[in-house]
Design a protein around this ligand. Structure first.
Ligand code: TYM
Length: 324
């Protein structure tokens, strides 16, 4: 049997460069490897763990599927679906919650961050976030999960849950591991923390125009002192440089930096151009797909049927083993 791959992105808005480099690129790579069966979802149920607008959620669910298609995910090769259309995820979450302690959930860095960010929203759904994510992965018995480095603590929880289920109920869940890309951690354009949708000015959207990209890259704070350690905005600039520039260009800019004669504006504008080139084909494909709503609806419908076939099988096994 082919190994399974599962990943998802919350429906919080348009994808940014961090999502693309940390997750989507890995998703595409695995999809194009015939040894894997890939399932990629829109994590719409995870979206409501922080404050949200129902109208926006409703739109964004489809937008993410369009982003997936435009990036090169192919419904002939991968199962593309919307999480909430597979109720087995929620049922499994409940069974899993019976073997997870509250203390374990409260200690997760992602939980603590979100509570700090939204103190009025310290909800059970937020606390349950990693259990639902474990159910997303394990309901398909997925072995590989292409996600950014920030998701590692959640994967650790999924492995723990799988292990404990196997011990207690003799199930056969695998230990899912993260599939990392070279863009597994894209820092913020502001030079502090990671590129994130929730931090204004930190990200480049996949749909940004060339002018927007150039303006944003130019705004990366870069110190004028040369040759020092690559920290803050310099780190962001050089990480993006390493990913997008040719190795010759990258090395030239790096040498100039070390020698103290790098013209930051030149490196930034070159980088903006190359990023735009890569996003341009995505943007063109996206425009085409947007026009074809029936096709997108068909992909979603078909994806749900195929995902559910697998998920219901796992759920049946788990229920039997747990005594239901
Ligand atoms: P989300 O929606 O926050 O992010 C989607 C994906 O983008 C990656 N990512 C980044 N990678 C590199 N650098 C960055 N600055 C950056 N910002 C975001 C994330 O690591 C992620 O891969 N919990 C998940 C959604 C989810 C999921 C799942 C993923 C729900 N169930 C099951 C995998 C399997 C999340 O919040 O992703």
């Amino acid at each position: 049997m082919r190994k399974r791959v599962l990943s998802g992105i919350r429906a919080t808005g348009r994808l940014h460069l961090g999502n693309y480099l940390g997750a989507v690129k890995g998703m595409i790579e695995l999809q194009n490897n015939p040894s894997y069966q890939c399932l990629y979802m829109v994590a719409d149920a995870h979206t409501i763990t922080t404050p949200y607008d129902p109208k926006q959620l409703s739109d964004n669910r489809k937008e993410i599927i369009i982003d997936y298609l435009a990036s090169g995910l192919d419904p002939q090769k991968s199962i593309l679906f919307i999480q909430s259309q597979i109720p087995e995820h929620f049922e499994l979450t409940y069974y899993f919650s019976s073997i997870v302690t509250i203390a374990r959930m409260q200690h997760l860095p992602t939980y603590k961050e979100k509570v700090k960010q939204y103190p009025q929203n310290n909800t059970m759904a937020l606390l349950n976030y990693p259990i639902l994510m474990a159910a997303d992965i394990l309901v398909y018995k997925a072995n590989l999960v292409p996600v950014g480095a920030d998701q590692e603590p959640h994967l650790e929880v999924a492995r723990e849950i799988g292990r404990k289920m196997n011990q207690l109920f003799k199930t056969d869940f695998p230990e899912p591991i993260r599939f990392a890309t070279k863009g597994e951690y894209i820092p913020s354009l502001k030079g502090e923390g990671k590129m994130s949708k929730s931090v204004e000015g930190s990200y480049i959207n996949l749909t940004d125009s060339f002018d927007e990209i150039r303006k944003k890259i130019r705004s990366i704070p870069t110190a004028t002192t040369a040759g020092g350690p690559l920290i803050g905005g310099l780190k962001t600039l050089f990480i993006l440089g390493q990913i997008f520039l040719s190795s010759t260009d990258y090395q030239n800019f790096k040498n100039q930096y070390n020698q103290g004669n790098l013209q930051f504006s030149q490196m930034k504008d070159t980088l903006a151009q190359v990023i735009y080139e890569e996003l341009k084909s995505f943007q063109e494909r996206r425009k085409e797909i947007e026009k074809n709503e029936d096709y997108v609806n068909e992909v979603i419908k078909e994806g749900a049927i195929r995902a559910r076939e697998i998920a219901s099988q796992t759920l049946k096994e788990v229920k039997e083993k747990m005594g239901f």
